[in-house]
Design a protein around this ligand. Structure first.
Ligand SMILES: Nc1ncnc2c1ncn2[C@@H]1O[C@H](COP(=O)(O)OP(=O)(O)O)[C@@H](O)[C@H]1O
Ligand SMILES: [Mg+2]
Length: 285
């Protein structure tokens, strides 16, 4: 039975319903993607939504993740994001499409300059700037240091990200889902001021693989809001959410999500790089 039929359709929203049952038409292919990423339209009950479709058949094999499992991981990431109430991952479903089973995700229209700016990190021109290279030293107020980068001719610069509550929530979500690829291009500021994270195919491994640009809060206490959210998430992982995840990722991987959530609650801090795995994605953007 295809995985999409095994996942119970509980909690379908109008958008996930349209993504799941709409008539899917491929309109184009996203060139720079490493997997097959197709820009599509889905029409359901007279409503048209733009979306991406990543067929399982178009997934590039990876050495450290089992073949043909990335689409399920993307849906699992959406379910965990929904359970946090932070809405950081665009609605994502598993379904059949013109190239077989795959994940289908709502297309997020990126903010134009001056739209969708967050609480912090404004660059003075109103652009929703989330990442920047600055002079080495203490980051300016509103920015958090990630890493000192070596540039050409022996010069160095400090990579910084905005001290932005939306990014901070995403950093917590990434720690829970064990995201191995949170790079700049996977941050989508939307025109409505929300920030979305995309491309969650390499997540939920049982080994610590957190690889991200969002290290600015590493070792700092988690905000009280995150603690409350993680407590509720922990309870849900022992119930209905855990059940749904087991349909998408393995039993061990599901247990590891709970263990990571429990560890975040126990330590009360944003995780620090493990040292056993490159902690910064390459290329970073
Ligand atoms: N839901 C989405 N909304 C808007 N753009 C998207 C969405 N998903 C993917 N994209 C665009 O497609 C590109 C490739 O998608 P990505 O998920 O990163 O694929 P890959 O797995 O091949 O890296 C992204 O960098 C982004 O520009
Ligand atoms: Mg990508």
């Amino acid at each position: 039975m295809p995985a999409s039929e095994r996942v119970p359709e509980v909690g379908l929203t109008p958008v996930t319903e349209a993504l799941t049952h709409g008539e899917l038409t491929v309109r184009g292919r996203i060139r720079e993607a490493s997997n097959a990423v197709l820009y599509c339209e889905t029409v359901h009950e007279g409503r048209t939504l733009a979306c991406v479709y990543k067929p399982v058949a178009g997934e590039r094999p990876l050495w450290d993740f089992p073949d043909g499992t990335l689409a399920q991981r993307e849906v699992a990431a959406y379910l965990v994001s929904e359970a946090t109430g932070w809405g950081l991952v665009p609605p994502t479903v598993l379904r059949e499409g013109p190239y077989g089973e795959g994940m289908v995700q709502l297309w997020i229209e990126a903010a134009q300059d001056g739209e969708g700016d967050g609480d912090g990190g404004a660059d003075g021109e109103g652009a929703p700037q989330l990442l920047a290279l600055t002079d080495v030293g203490e980051p300016a107020p509103g920015w958090k240091a990630v890493v000192e980068a070596q540039l050409e001719e022996g010069r160095s610069a400090l990579l910084v990200h905005a001290d932005d509550i939306r990014l901070r929530r995403l950093a917590v979500l990434d720690a829970v889902i064990n995201n191995a690829d949170r790079k700049g291009g996977h941050l989508l500021p939307a025109a409505d001021g929300r920030l979305y994270g995309i491309d969650h195919g390499v997540t939920f491994h049982t080994d610590d693989k957190l690889r991200t640009l969002l290290w600015g809060w590493a070792g700092e206490p988690l905000p009280a809001e995150s603690v409350t959210v993680l407590e509720a998430l922990y309870a849900e992982l022992s119930g209905a959410l855990g059940e749904r995840l087991r349909e998408l990722i393995t039993e061990d991987e599901t247990e590891a999500v709970r263990a990571r959530t429990g560890r975040l609650l126990r330590t009360g801090i944003h995780p620090v790089p493990s040292g056993e795995w490159p902690s910064i994605p390459w290329p970073p953007v």
